[in-house]
Write a protein that binds this ligand. Structure first.
Ligand SMILES: [Zn+2]
Length: 402
């Protein structure tokens, strides 16, 4: 449920072939191959022509397939063209950047390609990333995409199922795409009901956790324990950069329908309100507000929506301060109770001045107003006042559940 903080490394592995090229030599006969030999293989102009041809073939899967070096890469390129059409991608460009190493094919090499793409009707600006691409046949064919580590957008990984519902597009390389499309449709409707706006939601569902980490260029394991994350598609935190919801099927597939909807609506609030690009907004507000929207229409027992924070207060006593940003780290042990505590802060505010006052406060802080002054203006409270009222609210919940 986090919205992140994604590392931005591209790590092309450089293959060291010198020893292999001269295999069989005795040590004293060893001669390092001249650097010029590498330059003879990599042909940037040929690679650029092939990439332009692929760009032009995105509406023609057969033409895209013809650029593949073998059956596997031809199938991949055809799938990429089909995905680009189904997703209505625009501003798709492939620009050759550089060679990063040699492949086992004597006419081939690994390179980096600067790509841009945009989900038409959803993304305001294009995503940009440098993606590893393997070239073959002197640069006239493509042997693979993303084989070298680094970021790998989902639409470049193989055949994807695409569903369009009002307000959302959902892409899946595995799992029950229709189930997720239903959640996405409701998530957008619930968010718009309270916040208005016409922004749409893009949900990406990789087949497995490894593909999720590749799509986010995240360290392995970072997202193992979460159901979904709202994140910039290319790692950029600039305002306007495309932000999508990414699903971790290993966790999400096991959620019941109600929990599945709560998670999707929570993430939709992050995505549709530009929460990932916001600066200086306390996480208790971003996370608490997202849960407020996700839970407001539901009649769930408090044991389910606040059971973990009630348990924590019973064990450790009432918290002394509002949840700190550091407490929302996905690796902390009591993450559930922190989210519930944050949600209770927003419910305390609703209790004070009503839901529209909460929405106004959220918008003002996202737009750059210091939260303490927005709190004073909207609720007549200092941080200390809010903390006191919130602690009282938590105390009431604990008493109620006894
Ligand atoms: Zn969240």
């Amino acid at each position: 449920m986090t919205h992140l903080r994604v590392s931005r490394r591209v790590v092309p592995s450089v293959l060291l072939l010198a020893a292999l090229v001269t295999g069989g030599c005795s040590p004293e006969e060893y001669v390092a191959p001249p650097p010029a030999e590498r330059a003879e293989v990599a042909d940037p102009a040929a690679a650029a022509r092939t990439l332009t041809a692929l760009q032009d073939a995105l509406d023609d899967p057969d033409a895209a397939a013809a650029l593949g070096a073998d059956d596997a890469s031809s199938s991949l390129l055809a799938a990429i063209a089909e995905n680009a059409t189904a997703l209505r991608l625009s501003d798709v460009t492939f620009g050759y950047v550089t060679e990063t190493g040699r492949t086992s094919d004597e006419d081939g090499w690994d390179g980096l390609v600067a790509m841009t793409w945009r989900f038409d009707g959803f993304d305001v600006a294009s995503a940009r990333a440098e993606i590893p691409v393997s070239f073959a046949d002197g640069g006239r064919r493509i042997a693979g995409i993303g084989s070298d580590g680094g970021r790998l957008p989902l639409w470049l990984t193989g055949p994807a199922a695409v569903r369009r519902v009002p307000g959302a597009v959902v892409m899946a390389t595995g799992g029950d795409v229709d189930r997720y499309a239903g959640w996405a449709r409701t998530a957008v409707a619930q968010t718009r009901e309270l916040l208005g706006g016409r922004a749409g939601l893009v949900v990406e569902i990789p087949d497995d956790t490894a593909a999720l980490h590749r799509a986010l260029d995240a360290d392995r394991g970072s997202y193992d324990a979460i159901a979904a994350v709202t994140a910039p598609v290319d790692g950029s935190s600039a305002v306007g950069s495309p932000v999508h919801v990414f699903v971790n099927r290993a966790v999400y597939d096991d959620l019941d329908p109600v929990a599945g909807q709560v998670v999707m609506t929570h993430e939709a609030v992050h995505a549709l309100t530009g929460a990932t690009a916001a600066r200086g907004v306390p996480l208790w507000l971003l996370e608490g507000f997202a849960d407020h929207v996700a839970l407001r229409g539901l009649d769930l027992p408090i044991s389910r929506t606040a059971g973990q924070v009630i348990e924590k207060v019973r064990r450790d006593g009432l918290p002394k301060a509002l949840p700190a940003d550091t407490e929302f780290d996905p690796s902390t042990s009591h993450l559930g109770s922190v989210y519930e505590a944050a949600w209770q802060v927003t419910e305390t505010l609703v209790e004070r001045r009503g839901e529209q006052a909460l929405v106004t406060f959220y918008r003002a802080v996202l737009d750059g107003t210091a939260w303490a002054s927005a709190l004073q203006r909207g609720f007549g409270w200092s941080e200390a006042d809010l903390t006191t009222a919130w602690r009282r609210q938590l105390g009431v919940l604990v008493d109620m559940s006894e």
